[in-house]
Ligand binder design. Sequence first.
Ligand SMILES: NC(=O)C1=CN([C@@H]2O[C@H](COP(=O)(O)OP(=O)(O)OC[C@H]3O[C@@H](n4cnc5c(N)ncnc54)[C@H](O)[C@@H]3O)[C@@H](O)[C@H]2O)C=CC1
Ligand SMILES: O=C(O)C(=O)COP(=O)(O)O
Length: 632
Amino acid sequence: MASSSSSTKLVVSPPFTSSPCYKSSTKSSSLLSFLHHTTSTPISLKLSRSLSHSRCSSFVVSNVLKTVTSTETSVLNYPQDLDSGSSNPRPTILVSEKLGEAGLEVLRSFGNVECLYDLSPDDLCSKISSCDALIVRSGTKVTRQVFEAAKGRLKVVGRAGVGIDNVDLQAATEFGCLVVNAPTANTVAAAEHGIALLSAMARNVAQADASVKAGKWERSKYVGVSVVGKTLAVMGFGKVGSEVARRAKGLGMHVIAHDPYAPADRARALGVELVSFDQAISTADFISLHMPLTPTTSKVFNDETFAKVKKGVRIINVARGGVIDEDALVRALDGGVVAQAALDVFTEEPPPKESKLVQHENVTVTPHLGASTKEAQEGVAIEIAEAVVGALKGELSATAVNAPMVPAEVLSELSPYVVLAEKLGRLAVQLVAGGSGIKNIRVVYRSARDPDDLDTRLLRAMITKGIIEPISSSFVNLVNADFTAKQKGLRISEERIGIDSSPEFPVDSIQVQISNVDSKFASAVSDSGDISIEGKVKYGKPHLTCVGSFAVDVSLEGNLILCRQVDQPGMIGRVGNILGEHNVNVSFMSVGRTHRRKKAIMAIGVDEEPNKETLQKIGGVPAIEEFVFLEL
Ligand SMILES: NC(=O)C1=CN([C@@H]2O[C@H](COP(=O)(O)OP(=O)(O)OC[C@H]3O[C@@H](n4cnc5c(N)ncnc54)[C@H](O)[C@@H]3O)[C@@H](O)[C@H]2O)C=CC1
Ligand SMILES: O=C(O)C(=O)COP(=O)(O)O
């Protein structure tokens, strides 16, 4: 073993994922099917740049392709999988809100598309169990009930737009359902609408229009305010916010922004100063809202905040109605604290007819039109259709919302280790003797890479999958691995041991240890008292390299027999003969021992599953002290 130079505890990262997989009728599938089926390599990958800087400007995995060379063990089984009955099934895609024709064409070329607009929540729940994908805009609430009603069939929810506050992401993750959105195609439309509302509000365009149409000519009533030289506070300096800022600069406004997560250099590049929340709201003449609706931003504009704004401020909201306490806004408008508001979005959509806010004379409203330009809708439709089709094929989308942001190049080199990780998980759990619950799992990665250069989330998920699936009915994929582990009370801690060797390969070895359990193969228990197995990737293939304290080297293909015996001549021949007599083909064999003529371990890879009689005969060999048969 290489010498160890440092040890770093890895911080357990947030949940991550893969999309569920649409099983294609060909043997070409994706990483995700690869993750759902125990298969062998090779895998090829292509990259896609994440378009959303709010997703850390990271490269994310897209179009992860693979050639399945064997599908020995199918470990993915959605309760109602697509290919039941048909040799060439087409997935059913439900579109519950108006989607551009170009996007529908993309969907129709791949699946059966049903456009059912204005479904009631009950109707959606009834319909969803026959659908593999659902495409929504902001008008459909994809609640926990919808995921429950889907009975495991729903594999992907596509949000044809940005805001995913209408999708219960936690429930989606728990049910292993991928959520994708279309984060970029409507950015300009939303920014343009924000600027349109700002200008219209400042010059009373809507009110004056209504007045003229009512036969009046009230020139002095509708004197507006100029925007040039005024301070605009952009709250949320993301895609839309920065486009609004850019346009406002063009109008001669002084632009400041508040965004706790936005990089200062991006703001600086646009000539925008990032300031604190209080500084933004207390100095601005105009406040434009562009943050997502989250528990933190919910009603962030309330009585308390309105008490801090500059008197006579004007507010534009093209983000989400829920970021404003609407009753507080009415009070602020009535009190003259807020001079005017221009709102495209509301807490409840459509808002109640008698809404004081909507009816307020100083309020300009539009019915959630931010994304509604021909160009944006066409773009969004194509963006979401491609993402959903990709997800149904099993690809990880560049716009996955509850998927891992594992850089594609990282994934590419990790792929053989991903196979190894799942196999080690499967092996380790099969070594546990019944009776004691599994609680603590420790994963040790030996690597020459810098800690920052080793993303282990994918490996952790696959170990989790390998551990959980053989012992439960849970279906584990990359979307729900961390959640499922937590739910089952598994504590998975990770440790990285730095080694002095070439950092060419991401990982030298992966060790899986299960603590405080008895083993059905005592030799798998290391000196520390944990079940411990270690594996490496050799020539692109997963190998088992250590069992307990015994070094072995066996390719992890087919199944495995582990025997502990007294180290003496003739053992390999004897066991090999028994297997041969029963037509069990040995693919690999390796012997590891602690000391000469003392105890040794034989690790035997077998293509077929030996029957009871064969195993009994092996157990009957006098020098064999214990043995176990493990399914990979
Ligand atoms: N009215 C409409 O039709 C449309 C509305 N939208 C909405 O506009 C909003 C922004 O969309 P994008 O710019 O595409 O999203 P984005 O994700 O690119 O930007 C959101 C920004 O808000 C920031 N943020 C998060 N929490 C914050 C907080 N507490 N205070 C200040 N900033 C915070 C984030 O760091 C991020 O930079 C979303 O709510 C989206 O749903 C987007 C498109 C159309
Ligand atoms: O993309 C967003 O966040 C939007 O608010 C657009 O919503 P819509 O697709 O027009 O219902």
